[in-house]
Write a protein that binds this ligand. Structure first.
Ligand SMILES: C[S@@+](CC[C@H](N)C(=O)[O-])C[C@H]1O[C@@H](n2cnc3c(N)ncnc32)[C@H](O)[C@@H]1O
Length: 241
């Protein structure tokens, strides 16, 4: 399932590129698993929402030849344009600044797929967000989301070993699969919702912990404390009707 990712990182320079571009669990691997549940081809136009440094964009443009709008809030489009040029995907990937909470700057029905990796939990945790995104995907198109999550809702009972790491951001953004399913079930305009835990969770986290990002030192301690007991990686997909 991870043929593109494994081949890409078998090259030393690419591996160094990955280490510099990761902003969390290896988005290239997560994107490849998420994409495997869709039928993506080179005729498609995809919104990669919350693309960060564009690892998922790389996967969509290079493995499938799709045209990608690489939209992000924190990473400037100029930085991503330079990265896309270095990867040779600048003709396939349009870097653009987007704050999903402020409405999308696109035509309705413009995208075949709305694809988002390790970002949706930052802005998608309200009842209004999914209904606000659905109109930008054409009828018959797909919404596909991969996010870090919890094996069960902590509520007020945060496990002792997680207490040193738990903060208000994690409390707001990390939820169980059932929590996300309940939120999505309330949205109109989608059908065939499918969801589950992703197989790549552990490997994607281990790869992230090899990156040079300043957050990694703290995440190493957190993942040691977590010990495989509480975190998972979730995927949700739905067809737009
Ligand atoms: C943990 S990073 C992951 C980036 C990338 N998807 C990856 O996995 O490497 C989360 C990303 O979500 C994006 N994000 C957060 N809130 C957003 C919003 N309101 N609109 C668009 N992007 C947002 C940030 O800009 C950031 O790049």
């Amino acid at each position: 399932m991870y043929t593109f990712t494994n081949r890409f990182i078998s090259d030393h320079e690419n591996l160094e590129f990955l280490k510099a571009a990761m902003m969390g669990p290896n988005a290239l691997r997560v994107a490849e698993e998420l994409a495997s549940s869709l039928s993506i081809d080179e005729n498609m136009r995809i919104l990669d929402l919350g693309c960060g440094c564009g690892l998922s964009t790389l996967l969509l443009a290079k493995k499938f030849g799709a045209s990608v709008f690489a939209a992000d809030l924190w990473i400037p489009p100029t930085e991503n344009y330079a990265r896309f040029q270095s990867l040779g995907i600048e003709d396939k990937a349009v870097p653009i600044f987007v704050d999903a909470t402020q409405g999308l700057p696109f035509a309705k029905g413009y995208f075949d797929v709305l694809f988002t990796v390790d970002a949706y939990h930052y802005f998608g945790d309200t009842e209004d967000m999914l209904p606000s995104l659905i109109p930008f995907v054409k009828k018959g198109g797909w919404i596909a989301v991969a996010i870090p999550g919890l094996k069960y809702e902590f509520g007020e009972n945060v496990p002792d070993e997680m207490q040193p790491f738990w903060n208000s951001d994690m409390k707001r953004t990390l939820h169980s699969l059932d929590w996300w399913k309940d939120l999505w079930k309330r949205a109109e305009g989608i059908e065939r919702m499918d969801s589950g835990e992703m197989a790549c969770c552990r490997q994607a986290w281990e790869e992230w912990l090899t990156s040079h990002h300043p957050f990694v030192a703290e995440d190493v301690k957190m993942m040691e404390a977590e010990g495989g007991k509480y975190f998972n990686f979730l995927q949700l997909t739905a067809k737009v009707i």
